[in-house]
Design a protein. Structure first.
Length: 226
């Protein structure tokens, strides 16, 4: 295996990132099914939402050599997305890597595998999503890896330059050409939520508002007439 390093992708437009930073993944999930990473990839810093541009890294097993190199190439606004190529034993990201990645200006890291030094990462305040803790870490073996090639993260094919949104509910990867329309849809629906909640508190039934009750009664009526 060798090292592959490709150019950094064009970053998603700042106005789109700003919208995505206010969009909830769960709201987008009402309208879209594709692009959501495995739900077992969870945040280490609850209550944080991030949005940025994916830069990708395929990192083999026990070797983190390329990771140590590429954190020095990251830009403000980037989200480092790490494909661990199926390794679920070795933690590639801990306190030191978190500090270095944050210092580059990157807004977060998404790791399809375990991490370590949770207390240090939280103390640093660097947003990380991963599959949980592991005490065994990677080493500098110089085996190889690939930077800014298509990767798989949580069952999703992620290309360099994809938009990334992550929060307490999960991680979403969006092609840049559909990112804004999904953000706009989510923000419109989020703006309507307070009014919906007030109607429910006032006694209206959720099924009446959503139309579910009408659908159920129509189905029951059809069944009873057979």
């Amino acid at each position: 295996m060798s090292f592959v390093i490709r150019d950094l992708p064009e970053q998603v437009a700042p106005n789109i990132i700003e919208k995505l930073s206010r969009a909830e993944t769960a709201t987008i999930g009402h309208n879209r099914h594709q692009g959501f990473a495995d739900r077992r990839i969870q945040p280490l810093l609850p209550g944080r939402r991030i949005a940025g541009t994916a830069v990708t890294l395929a990192l083999p097993g026990q070797d983190s050599t390329l990771l140590h190199h590429v954190v020095g190439l990251l830009r403000p606004g980037d989200v480092l997305v790490i494909d661990r190529l199926g390794d679920d034993t070795h933690a590639c990201l801990g306190g030191g890597v978190a500090v270095a990645t944050k210092a580059s200006g990157a807004v977060a890291a998404i790791v399809d595998g375990p991490c370590t030094d949770f207390a240090e990462i939280r103390a640093e305040g660097f947003p990380v999503w991963c599959r949980g803790p592991a005490p065994i870490t990677t080493r500098l073996y110089g085996i190889g890896g690939a930077f800014n090639t298509p990767v798989n993260c949580g069952g999703v094919t992620v290309n360099p330059g994809h938009a990334v949104v992550a929060d307490d509910s999960g991680v979403l990867f969006l092609p840049p050409d559909v990112a804004e329309e999904n953000a706009d849809w989510a923000l419109t629906n989020q703006a309507n939520e307070p009014g919906l909640h007030e109607r429910l508190r006032a006694g209206e039934k959720l099924g009446d508002i959503s139309g579910a009750t009408k659908m159920v009664l129509a189905k029951l009526s059809k069944n009873n007439s057979v």
